[in-house]
Design a protein around this ligand. Structure first.
Ligand SMILES: Cc1cc2nc3c(=O)[nH]c(=O)nc-3n(C[C@H](O)[C@H](O)[C@H](O)COP(=O)(O)O)c2cc1C
Length: 168
């Protein structure tokens, strides 16, 4: 099978990570995949913040879910996607960028999972500049990335009956 198709069909969400940080080269490839994702009217209204400072990651966790819990499964890297406030394609562009990053991470042998806790919580908006979110941008999604710990999850069995093909 074509290797890109094979990779698309085998990606899974990974929720357990080793402590080993991802390489700078891999991080660069993952964010390259993000900034080249399709986006509405090619406005590129996004910013990508890769948080790798263990102290800042802990602070962010405490802010979002409180002490002793981790909304990003203690991954060594958390990539925060933020979009300029008021952009009409906020959700669509976020999904395109995050999907590209998840697929890039998988192709590089890394694990990732979309973590949905900051977006929608507007009380947090003003508190995120300390984590590298530019003023005027709102976090719309985050991606935990790291080396999978243990076995990579098996291929998902998708729900049946979700495809219709109409020919003539
Ligand atoms: C919009 C969106 C939000 C998600 N939020 C979370 C989340 O907050 N925490 C989490 O563990 N997984 C989250 N996921 C991952 C889904 O649970 C996962 O993609 C789904 O169960 C299918 O499994 P798979 O990715 O392994 O194929 C999210 C996925 C999407 C697309």
């Amino acid at each position: 099978m074509n290797s890109i198709i094979e990779s698309l069909l085998s990606r899974r969400s990974v929720r357990t990570f080793t402590d080993k940080q991802i390489s700078d080269e891999d991080l660069d490839l993952i964010v390259q995949a993000a900034i080249l994702a399709p986006n509405g009217r090619n406005q590129e209204p996004w910013h990508f913040t890769a948080l790798q400072d263990p102290g800042k990651l802990k602070m962010l966790d405490e802010l979002v879910v409180g002490k002793g819990d981790s909304f990003f499964y203690n991954a060594p890297t958390l990539i925060l996607v933020s979009i300029q406030e008021g952009n009409a394609y906020e959700k669509e562009d976020t999904a395109c960028a995050l999907t590209n990053m998840m697929q890039a991470a998988h192709a590089l042998g890394l694990g990732s999972v979309w973590c949905n806790r900051i977006n929608g919580n507007h009380e947090l908006d003003t508190k995120l500049t300390q984590f590298g979110i530019p003023q005027g941008y709102r976090v719309t999604g985050t991606l935990a990335v790291g080396h999978p710990k243990g076995d990579y999850p098996a291929k998902r069995i998708p729900k049946q009956g979700t495809i219709t093909i109409v020919r003539s």
